[in-house]
Structures are given as structure tokens and as C-alpha cells.
Design a protein around this ligand. Structure first.
Ligand SMILES: Cc1cc2nc3c(=O)[nH]c(=O)nc-3n(C[C@H](O)[C@H](O)[C@H](O)COP(=O)(O)OP(=O)(O)OC[C@H]3O[C@@H](n4cnc5c(N)ncnc54)[C@H](O)[C@@H]3O)c2cc1C
Length: 445
């Protein structure tokens, strides 16, 4: 039996975010990882996706400047894109492992399972620790329908060696939307099948509707109220049966982006008396399991408000502070930015209008038509809008929603404004660089 101060299960952004500072503080730390050191973000999520986006973004920009100075047909080459993406992904596991080992962390590349309130088993060896931090993330949700074996998931999409000509994406979350936009700009015929009547439920409803229009005008077919019922093989292709207006769609590949679920399959949570909440392991504000205070859970696997890399890191900081005895440790989720990297992108920071109303704020909503503003018009963009939720009483921003070129960068500025409660007056009076997208913040509020 081996004893440590801290056992970390999962070496993604959450696991690394807790293991590194604890090791730096002189604690004996062991970290387990069974599918590539670095986790989803750099290997199967944010980074490979964003690397694949670069060429489609260039195609999008050039297409919108046709007859405005750009000549000729520009196109994206999937094989080159894939090689470019791999150049970022492939070095990660080795580099990350070396970094953790340099910090003195014992890194064991295998599956860890809980066997008691303070114990973990891996490859027949038992490990004990004062604290265990569960950082196992999420995995793609599997659909329970006939033919589910024919479906690919987000990992498979990012690893495609060739891009099929006809693609169906199941789901209406940010992953489905981003992949649909990438594939469409690469020349594939793309259909999105959504179970309900809304896409991107975590984003501003009106801006999502505008993004759906923009996506359709880029050639993406979107069917709402079209839950998939089965998939059948038809020669080299697949027939996708669904309850929507086109009940049998033929596609070369069907990508299931219907959601992600906490990766708890191997954990044996009951052995450690760790309880689940609605969306993962139930934790208090210190990120401790509500049923076993020695065990922490952070990142995507925890039942916390966001499933993003920056919030995994934020939660890691709170957990580290709590383990080091800080009684006031807590993750502050004020003004968290997130984006859907469609073309144009859609971003959200802080509260939705519905959340601000539910919480009883007296609000005003400032709207700006970005498609009619110089920084977007000069790019030939046809869709763009911002909706900013302002607390009338204090004249501070509660939530900002932006759709259009640079939305994600404008969201970063709003994140600063919301987290630090910068008054609207200051945002209006700041001399922003002209002519930039950020310059329009003064008109967005
Ligand atoms: C396609 C895609 C695109 C995304 N894009 C963005 C984006 O643009 N921006 C953003 O902020 N977020 C994005 N995300 C989400 C982001 O990747 C996650 O929020 C982030 O990776 C969460 O970090 P984590 O450490 O909690 O979990 P993960 O990164 O999932 O890491 C968990 C690790 O634990 C390991 N593990 C699981 N069980 C065990 C076990 N029993 N034993 C040993 N190891 C185990 C897993 O192999 C994994 O490596 C995206 C996700 C996907 C899938």
C-alpha cells in the first residue's frame, strides 16, 4: 500500500490544475490518467477543434469579401487541416507528462478505481491519501437507438482522415454547431438534427435564432423537433430515421453530438460514499463531495454550473485553497465567458436575460445591430447583434451576448467588466482602439 497527501484521478485541465500547485507546495501527489495526459481540451476538445477551424474561418472571410476585393475560389483541404491540427495535438501527452513529473508528481497512466473513502486501486496496487480529487471529466453520451453502433462521436469527427461529403450531426449544442460550420465551409453537405425546438440552450435565445438564420444561409440544413429514431446501413452510406420534416436522411457519416455525461463508469463511487447530483458529482462550494469531505470533485465531472476549461481551472484553484485550509475557498462563477465558434461566432458572458429576471433584477437590455456597424460591414458580414443586460439600479452589466465576428474577444472584455463590476459609464468613457470590434462596446451597453 502506498500513501500520499493527494490522489488525483484524471490528468486534464482540472487534474493538472490541482496536482501542480499541490506538488509545488511540497505535497506528495499521485495522478492517474488512462487516455492521454492533458485530457479532453488539448487532445479531443478545444484545441484540435480550434486548429481545424483556422482554414474554414479563412474560407468564410474570403467568401464574404467576394466582389469586395477578393477574387477566385478559395477552399479548405481537410487532409492538410488534419495534419495542422495533429501538429498541436500529438506533442501534448509527452510534454504534459514531463511537466508533471518535473514537478515531482507521480504520474501513473492507467485506470483508477475507488475502493474506500480514502483509497484507490489501480493495476492491483492500493493507494491511500488524505484527499482524493476526482477530475475524470465527461465522455460522449451514447444514444439508445437501433443502429447506434453506426454513429461516430466528437472524438471520431476530430480524427477523421477524410471528410465525408454528406454529414448528419445529431444535437444542437455548441459542439454540433461548430462541427457543422467546419464541415460546411469544407464543402460538405451538412444536416443538423435537433431533438427539440431550440439550439444552443445556454446562449441568448434571440441571438441563437439569428445564428440559425446565418447557418442556414451558409447552406447548413437544420431540422428542429427531429429526434433520431434509428440508423440503418444502406450500402456504403447510412439512413438516418427521425421524427422531423425529412424523416429519412441519407448520409456518409452520422456524428452523435447529443451531449456529454460525467466519466464515472470506472470510479465505483459508492465504495467511497460519493453521491451524484443532477449533472455529476454533488459538491459544496469548496468542491468537496457533499457526502465525503475528504473527496473533492472538479471540472466537467462535478455538478457545477459550467463544463469549460477555464471553469475547471477556477474550480481547481478553489479546491487547492480549501485543501490548504482556506475556509473562504469557493469558485466565483460571476461573468464566466463562453463561446460557440460558429461562423459568425456566438458568445455569452454572465447572465441570460431569463436568469436576471428570475433573480429579481430590474434590468434594461441594450441592443446593437452589429451587421450594420462598420467593423462588421467592412468584412461583408451579414449577421451580427449584441444584447447586453444591464442592472438598472447600479448601472453595471449582468450579462453580455454577442453574435458576430470577434464575439469571443468582445466577450473577454465584458468578462472583465462583469467580474470587476465596472460601471457602464466607465465602459462608455474608455477610449477604445478605433476602428476595432471592441470599440463598439461603448455602444453595446
Ligand atoms: C469537442 C469539444 C470541444 C470543446 N471546446 C471547448 C472550448 O472551446 N472551450 C472550453 O472552454 N471548453 C471546451 N470543451 C470542454 C473542455 O474540453 C472541458 O471542459 C475540459 O476538458 C474539462 O476538463 P476536465 O479536466 O474536467 O476533464 P477532461 O479534460 O475530460 O479530463 C479528464 C481526464 O480524466 C481521465 N480519466 C477519466 N476517468 C479516469 C479513471 N478512472 N482513471 C484515470 N483517468 C481517468 C480521462 O481520460 C481524461 O483525460 C470542449 C469539449 C469537447 C468535447
Amino acid at each position: 500500500m502506498k500513501h500520499y497527501d493527494l490522489i488525483v484521478i484524471g490528468a486534464g485541465p482540472a487534474g493538472g490544475g490541482v496536482a501542480a500547485p499541490m506538488a509545488e507546495a511540497g505535497k506528495r501527489v499521485v495522478m492517474f490518467e488512462h487516455n492521454g495526459v492533458g485530457g479532453v481540451c488539448p487532445l479531443r476538445g478545444c484545441n484540435p477543434k480550434k486548429a481545424l477551424l483556422s482554414a474554414p474561418e479563412a474560407v468564410h472571410a474570403a467568401t464574404h469579401l467576394k466582389n469586395k476585393g477578393v477574387r477566385g475560389n478559395i477552399s479548405a483541404d481537410w487532409k492538410e487541416m488534419a495534419r495542422f491540427k495533429d501538429s498541436f495535438v500529438e506533442p501534448v501527452p509527452e510534454k504534459a507528462a514531463a511537466h508533471y513529473r518535473d514537478l515531482g508528481i507521480e504520474l501513473i497512466e492507467t485506470t483508477a478505481t475507488l475502493t474506500g473513502p480514502n483509497t484507490v486501486e489501480a493495476d492491483g496496487e492500493t493507494y491511500t491519501a488524505e484527499n482524493i480529487c476526482i477530475c475524470t471529466g465527461c465522455i460522449p453520451h451514447e444514444l439508445d437507438i437501433p443502429g447506434t453502433g453506426f454513429l461516430l462521436d466528437s472524438d471520431d469527427f476530430l480524427d477523421l482522415k477524410e471528410l465525408p461529403r454528406n454529414l448528419v450531426f445529431i444535437g444542437g449544442g455548441f459542439i454540433a454547431m461548430e462541427f457543422a460550420h467546419i464541415a460546411a465551409r469544407c464543402g460538405s453537405s451538412v444536416t443538423m438534427l435537433l431533438r427539440g425546438d431550440r439550439a444552443l440552450r445556454d446562449f441568448d435565445k434571440q441571438l441563437v435564432e439569428e445564428l440559425v438564420d446565418a447557418s442556414r444561409s451558409e447552406g447548413i440544413t437544420i431540422h428542429f423537433n427531429a429526434p433520431i429514431t434509428s440508423v440503418e446501413q444502406r450500402g456504403p452510406a447510412y439512413a438516418v430515421m427521425n421524427k422531423g420534416e425529412d424523416p429519412e436522411i441519407i448520409a456518409d457519416a452520422v456524428i452523435n453530438c447529443s451531449g456529454r455525461v460525467p466519466a464515472i463508469g470506472h470510479l465505483n463511487l459508492e465504495a467511497a460514499n460519493v453521491r451524484l447530483g443532477k449533472n455529476g458529482i454533488a459538491v459544496n462550494e469548496k468542491m468537496q463531495s457533499v457526502s465525503n469531505a475528504n473527496i473533492y470533485a472538479i471540472g466537467d465531472v462535478a455538478d457545477t454550473p459550467y463544463g469549460l476549461t477555464p471553469t475547471a481551472v477556477l474550480e481547481a484553484r478553489a479546491a487547492v485553497a480549501a485543501m490548504q485550509g482556506d475556509d473562504s475557498a469557493a469558485a466565483d462563477y460571476t461573468g464566466i465567458p463562453s463561446a460557440c465558434y460558429s461562423m459568425p461566432p456566438l458568445a455569452r458572458v454572465g447572465m441570460l436575460e431569463s436568469e436576471a429576471r428570475e433573480q429579481g433584477y430590474d434590468i434594461r437590455i441594450a441592443e446593437l445591430d452589429l451587421a450594420d456597424s462598420f467593423s462588421w460591414k467592412r468584412l461583408g458580414e451579414t449577421h451580427g447583434r449584441s444584447r447586453v443586460i444591464v442592472d438598472k439600479k447600479r448601472e453595471i452589466v449582468l450579462g453580455a451576448h454577442i453574435m458576430g465576428h470577434h464575439a469571443e474577444e468582445i466577450a473577454n472584455l465584458f468578462a472583465l467588466a462583469i467580474r470587476h463590476r465596472i460601471p457602464v459609464k466607465e465602459l462608455k468613457e474608455t477610449p477604445w482602439t478605433y476602428p476595432t470590434s471592441g470599440y463598439y462596446i461603448q455602444y453595446m451597453v
